[in-house]
Design a protein around this ligand. Structure first.
Ligand code: KIV
Length: 259
C-alpha cells in the first residue's frame, strides 16, 4: 500500500486530517507544507471556469490541472476527482482512472456516489487504484444542495452506503454537508477516515476549497471560514504597481539592463 495512504489510515482516532483543494502548482506547493491530503477537486469547474455545475468539467481539464498540482505536491497525498460521466460503468471507470493515474502521477482518485458505484469501486480497487469515496451532497448529480440526514430513511441510507463503500475497498470518504450526529455515527462505525466539508467537527478530518479559505472566491457557504482576504492584498499590490508605472517609479535601473 502507498506509504502516504498508510499514514492517513493510521491517523484515524489519533490526529485530525487536514485537506484542501488545489488546482495549480504555486498554491499546491504552499498547501503541501501543511496538508495531509491535497485534492484536485472538480469544484474547479465553478471556482475557475464559472460553470453552473461540475457536470461540465472534462477529464482533460482535470488531468491538466492535476499535472500542474503534481509539480507542487511532494509529501502530501494527492487525490484527483474523476469528473461526471467518466465512470458510468466499471470498464469506463478503469480506463479513465488508469489514464488519470498515469498522466498525473496522483496517489488516488475520488468518486462521488453510494450504492450505484459499488461495482466501480470494486473494479478499481481490484486493479490497485486507491479510491476515496464521497457521499452526502453529490455536486455531480444532485439537483438540490441542501444538507443530508434530515429524515430517518435518508440517514439509514447514507450510513448503509458508507459501510458498503468501506467494504468495497475505499480508503477514506468525504462527507459533504451531512448532519452533525449522523457524521458522528458514520465516523464511529467506519474504520477508514471520514473527511468532512460542512459535516461538523465529528469527522476525522476537514476539507475546504482553498479559494474560499483565502478569500479569493466570493462564496458564502455556511460551512466556509475565510481566514484571510487575499483578494484585498492582491488589489493593494496591483494598485501600487499601477501607480508606480503611471508615475515612472517602476521599473528602476536595477530592474533594467544596461551595457
Ligand atoms: O470538488 C471538490 O473540491 C470536492 C471537495 C470540496 C470535497 O469534492
Amino acid at each position: 500500500m502507498n506509504k502516504n495512504i498508510k499514514n492517513i489510515l493510521n491517523k484515524k482516532n489519533k490526529s485530525k486530517l487536514v485537506c484542501l483543494t488545489a488546482y495549480s502548482k504555486n498554491i499546491a506547493s504552499i498547501l503541501d507544507k501543511h496538508c495531509d491530503i491535497v485534492l484536485v477537486g472538480d469544484s474547479l469547474g465553478s471556482v475557475l471556469y464559472n460553470y453552473k455545475s461540475t457536470k461540465e468539467v472534462t477529464l482533460n481539464t482535470m488531468i491538466n490541472h492535476s499535472r500542474s498540482v503534481r509539480l507542487g505536491v511532494k509529501k502530501s497525498l494527492m487525490i484527483v476527482d474523476m469528473p461526471h460521466n467518466t465512470y458510468r460503468n466499471p470498464k469506463e471507470a478503469l480506463k479513465n482512472a488508469k489514464l488519470v493515474m498515469k498522466k498525473t502521477k496522483c496517489d488516488a482518485i475520488k468518486l462521488e456516489g453510494g450504492k450505484k458505484i459499488l461495482p466501480i469501486v470494486k473494479k478499481l480497487v481490484k486493479n490497485k487504484i486507491p479510491v476515496m469515496g464521497h457521499i452526502g451532497i453529490l455536486p455531480q448529480t444532485d439537483k438540490k444542495f441542501t444538507f443530508k440526514g434530515k429524515k430517518l430513511l435518508e440517514r439509514n441510507r447514507i450510513l448503509n452506503e458508507a459501510k458498503l463503500l468501506e467494504s468495497a475497498g475505499i480508503f477514506s470518504i468525504v462527507l459533504e454537508c451531512i448532519e452533525i450526529e449522523l457524521s458522528k455515527i458514520i465516523t464511529k462505525k467506519l474504520t477508514i477516515p471520514t473527511i468532512g466539508i460542512g459535516s461538523s467537527v465529528n469527522c476525522d478530518g476537514q476539507v475546504l476549497v482553498v479559494d474560499d479559505l483565502i478569500g479569493l472566491s466570493d462564496s458564502k457557504f455556511r460551512f466556509v471560514k475565510r481566514y484571510v482576504s487575499i483578494k484585498k492584498i492582491i488589489n493593494e499590490a496591483v494598485k501600487k504597481y499601477k501607480s508606480e508605472v503611471l508615475n515612472k517609479q517602476f521599473p528602476k535601473i536595477k530592474n533594467s539592463f544596461k551595457n
